[in-house]
Design a protein around this ligand. Structure first.
Ligand code: NAP
Length: 306
């Protein structure tokens, strides 16, 4: 019996990344560029509002410019397109993030596609999805899978020839993670299972690296995990808890106490994958600002040429 899994501390790792980002921002500022992130929030959604506030605070702490546009739930499609177009054209904004979910009358797809791919730091524009899939570094990889890969690297969790099993098939987390893990470099073998897999346990038990991104507390229990596996719990669900002053607590998809007895390493919830997401978003925004500055320099050189 394993004593207890090593806790992969996302808060600690993300703090290191945010310090690196702040140093890069300082360099860019010295060259006259202040990376700017705009977050568009439509309607009132408690969890989204908390998340958006955390992003804004993280931007300011890193020395970046942040702008939150809070639009009413009744906003029309035309108005929302107008807001996105304005941000696309704004030279102070290098990254644009449309906070999901949108109210039911707005299908997110055309709005995500309206965002300039060069400012799509969330990596949801089809051009960036495709670039990430083919391993083209000009794309932006969505922050959560990028954060998981960064944890794997910094924790030196072996991937080459190992079997990674991903539970869930979302475009935000699981699909990009699948291509990142199997790409040259990590070189993992990857299995992805989802809602329609009749029994996920035979697959999860084969995983050297298990990533669970579903949103169902207690989905993965100790008997479903291979001894020594590295387990990444992406799920974030609020469950009622009268003992907590907020009336709820946040849990993942993995039975943390039980699985910790079997796994070699495990991320906690909260404090695991979550903090990494914001850190990687900041990193994408700094990268967008750097690319924008390079494009501007190139254009200026062309104009100045005789
Ligand atoms: P999502 O889009 O709802 O995807 C969940 C996936 O799980 C879907 O593919 C769904 O299948 C599948 N699924 C549902 N029930 C299942 C079951 N019993 N067994 C296996 N697969 C099942 O959600 P998401 O955006 O990927 O997020 C997943 C969880 O991670 C949520 O709790 C979310 O809050 C959290 N999250 C956390 C972070 C972070 O920073 N830590 C970031 C993003 C998301 P269908 O495709 O058939 O619906």
């Amino acid at each position: 019996m394993n004593v207890s899994a090593r806790i992969v501390d996302g808060t600690e790792i993300s703090r290191a990344i945010r310090a690196e980002v702040a140093a890069e921002v300082a360099q860019l500022r010295a060259a006259g560029v202040v990376p700017g992130l705009a977050v568009v929030l439509v309607g009132a959604d408690g969890a989204s509002e908390v998340y958006v506030r955390s992003k804004a605070r993280a931007c300011r702490e890193a020395g970046m410019h942040d702008r939150t546009l809070h639009l009413p739930a009744e906003v029309t499609a035309e108005e929302l397109y107008g807001v996105i177009d304005g941000l696309n054209a704004d030279p102070d904004i290098h990254g644009i993030l449309l906070q999901l979910p949108l109210p039911a009358h707005l299908n997110p797809k055309p709005f995500l596609e309206r965002i300039d791919a060069a400012k799509d730091v969330d990596g949801f524009h089809p051009l960036n999805v495709g670039r990430a899939f083919i391993g083209d570094p000009r794309g932006f990889v969505p922050a959560t899978p990028a954060g998981i890969m960064e944890m794997i690297r910094r924790e030196q969790i072996p991937t080459q020839g190992r079997h990674a099993v991903i539970v869930g098939r979302s475009l935000i987390v699981s699909k990009p993670l699948m291509s990142l893990l199997m790409a040259p470099g990590p070189n993992a073998g990857v299995t992805l299972v989802h809602r329609h897999t009749p029994d996920i346990a035979p697959f999860t038990r084969m995983a050297d690296i298990l990533i669970v991104a579903v949103g169902k507390p207690g989905l993965v229990t100790a008997d479903m995990v291979k001894p020594g596996a590295a387990v990444f719990d992406v799920g974030i669900t609020r469950v009622p808890d009268p003992a907590d002053p907020r009336g709820y607590r946040v849990v993942g998809d993995v039975d943390h106490a039980g699985v910790s007895e079997v796994a070699g390493a495990i991320t906690p919830v909260p404090g695991g994958v979550g903090p990494m997401t914001i850190a990687m978003l900041l990193r994408n925004t700094v990268e967008a600002a750097r690319r924008d500055a390079a494009r501007t320099r190139k254009r200026d050189r062309r104009r100045a040429a005789p």
